[in-house]
Design a protein around this ligand. Structure first.
Ligand code: PAF
Length: 282
């Protein structure tokens, strides 16, 4: 399997594919590869001539130094898991310097307010960091399609906006959330949970599914109250938020409007790990 640490070498390697107008599928990650990432890679392989995986813990999207330091870095294991899926996948695992050239700062983006909701509220600058790294990676790799998990749905919509505003000719593919058998959404953060907590966390998806059922014939506030009450009775969890929002604008909904698509977004803490999930409601 080809693994590049320098963008100049990666670009050189990709040049013939671009010249031959072959399609390049791109899966950006911060490593700690799990089955969710592997499912993105599989989809990218099904739909493209070549697939590039990036593994890079991007400093500019962390607004908390401790979080950045604690983020798992497991390159050797990541490469083994990737190679077991296919040794044809091209890996780009750059250093901070290869990406930022000594200027590790985020660019400012205008996402038409998408970044003022939910995850943007408590993590100022986070989405500027995401936009900065994704744009840089797109410019280096020049993919035909790029794959993002719907678990970070706000990120997915923000990347779509960034691509549109910068007139980038890249198709952004949103992929369904990959779940453990018990419903827990796959995440690198799950590694930090005890087995017991992983089992208990099944409650998150179960509650989201019940909220979806309620949403069919009740008001927005009924679904919201249901989730808030459900977590109030669970001592192991702290609910940070449950919000029902319009998929396109990500603005919090208070009433259902015809023709709009809604999603329920949740953040829950268990064993001091912050878990995020969401569900399409209609
Ligand atoms: O979702 C992630 O892992 C990261 O935010 C991404 C898209 C790889 C950018 O660093």
């Amino acid at each position: 399997m080809k693994v590049f640490h320098a963008q100049s070498q990666l670009k050189q390697h990709l040049q013939p594919f671009l010249k031959a107008k072959q399609t390049i599928g791109f899966v950006p990650t911060m490593g700690a590869i799990h089955n969710g990432h592997l499912s993105l890679l599989q989809q990218a392989m099904n739909e493209n001539d070549v697939v590039v995986l990036s593994i890079f813990v991007n400093p500019t999207q962390f607004n908390n130094v401790e979080d950045l330091e604690k983020y798992p870095r497991t390159l050797q294991k990541d490469l083994e898991l990737t190679e077991a899926l296919s040794n044809k996948i091209i890996v780009y695992a750059p250093t901070v310097d290869d990406i930022y050239k000594g200027n590790t700062v985020a660019q400012n983006f205008d996402y038409d307010g998408l970044d003022n909701e939910m995850e943007g509220v408590n993590r100022p600058g986070h989405f500027d960091g995401v936009g900065t790294i994704v744009k840089k990676l797109f410019e280096i790799i020049e993919p035909t399609k790029a794959y993002f998990g719907e678990k970070d749905f706000q990120q997915l919509q923000i990347v779509r906006k960034m691509v549109q505003k910068n007139n980038m000719n890249i198709e952004i593919v949103g992929c369904p959330i990959f779940r453990q058998e018990n419903g827990l959404a796959m995440s690198s953060r799950n590694e930090r949970l005890s087995d017991q907590a992983k089992e208990k966390a099944a409650f998150i998806y179960k509650t989201l599914q019940s909220a979806k059922d309620l949403f069919n014939d009740k008001d927005v506030k009924d679904s919201v109250n249901f989730v808030v009450d459900a977590f109030a009775n669970e001592v192991d969890f702290t609910l940070e938020y449950f919000i029902i929002a319009d998929e396109a604008s990500l603005k919090t909904a208070t009433v259902k409007e015809p023709g709009k698509k809604y999603r329920g977004f949740i953040v829950v803490h268990i064993e001091e790990v912050r878990l995020i999930d969401n569900i399409a409601l209609n």
